[in-house]
Design a protein around this ligand. Structure first.
Ligand code: ZN
Length: 309
């Protein structure tokens, strides 16, 4: 039996309900379906692994057996998330398959491979795939909840223009790259944050990693979304919670009140004799539901100013 972490592959928690597993599978299947990826070998593999994960976790008997085997190997860890440490909330769902994203770009980058890593006699002119990069991005609370675009800066190895990737100018070593054929380049990338992604979600940006050598393909960029805390809003799955302070008079008599929500200002009706701790649920004003146009709810909790309860 495979030792892959099917829960991570499907991006669900260990106590996920069958419905959640099915939903997550469908969403991911869309992304990895070979038809959507020009039939690349990698996407084919990923799709295969995804299907494998689903076939086990969607079957009560197989899932039980899988859980039992896993609990015997609870110290077992695998996968490219090692650079970040792995936690239960890790939504690492990409990167399984054959690739091995590196941690932070290594100082010695693509050049300093040691003999131990590279037992084959190294042909400096062989096409080499660029490095996969893993970074974290701090993203605004509202952007994570509703989606949007962020501007992201990072560094990657790129083709040296001075020597056109040969490492030499004339008979001399290229002064720009020191003969390494690549230079560290700063990149500014507009990154789309899909609506309603969970905190710690990892986006995969294909071909945005280090450039390849000798016409080798570029690596990928894996961006982990770290949500910046918001002073007012808290999020639980797709619902947003906030506390609203109201004066005693309004609490007693009731009346309209303007409340700033995630993306607009709503006029709500405070009921007569509202008490501290009472809640008002406003449907469809919460966070987006992953990748879709639907939204969770906004839950307003009232606190009467000066109230000690
Ligand atoms: Zn150069």
């Amino acid at each position: 039996m495979s030792q892959r972490d099917y829960y991570k592959i499907l991006g669900v928690t260990k106590d996920a309900k069958p419905g959640d597993i099915k939903k997550s599978y469908r969403e991911r299947a869309k992304i990895f379906h070979p038809d959507a990826n020009k039939g690349t070998k990698k996407s084919e593999n990923q799709f295969k692994v995804l299907s494998e994960a689903y076939s086990v976790l969607s079957n009560t008997k197989k899932r039980k057996e899988y859980d039992r085997k896993r609990s015997q190997k609870s110290s077992y860890k695998r996968g490219p998330s090692k650079g970040w440490g792995s936690s239960e909330s890790d939504r690492w769902g990409y990167g399984f398959g054959n690739q091995e994203p590196q941690g932070r770009p290594r100082q010695d980058g693509p050049f300093g491979q040691t003999a131990a890593e590279d037992p084959q006699p190294h042909d400096p002119n062989a096409p080499t795939r660029g490095f996969d990069l893993q970074f974290m991005a701090d993203v605004d609370f509202v952007t994570v909840a509703l989606g949007g675009t962020i501007s992201y800066n990072y560094e990657k190895y790129a083709h040296c223009e001075s020597c056109d990737g040969t490492g030499e100018t004339g008979e001399k070593t290229c002064a720009e790259c020191g003969g390494k054929r690549q230079i560290v380049k700063e990149v500014n990338l507009d990154v789309k944050i899909p609506p309603g992604v969970a905190d710690q979600y990892v986006l995969r940006l294909q071909n945005e990693g280090g450039e390849g050598m000798n016409d080798g393909p570029p690596g990928d960029l894996f961006l982990k979304i770290c949500t910046k805390p918001h002073p007012i809003f808290k999020r639980k799955k797709n619902d947003i919670y906030m506390e609203v302070q109201i004066p005693p008079e309004l609490a007693e008599n009731g009346g309209p009140l303007d409340v700033e929500t995630l993306d607009t200002v709503k006029t709500i009706e405070v009921e007569e004799s509202t008490l501290t701790g009472e809640e008002l649920r406003i449907p469809k004003n919460g966070a987006a539901i992953l990748w879709g146009k639907k939204r969770g709810d906004l839950i307003i909790k009232f606190a009467i100013v000066g109230s000690k309860i």
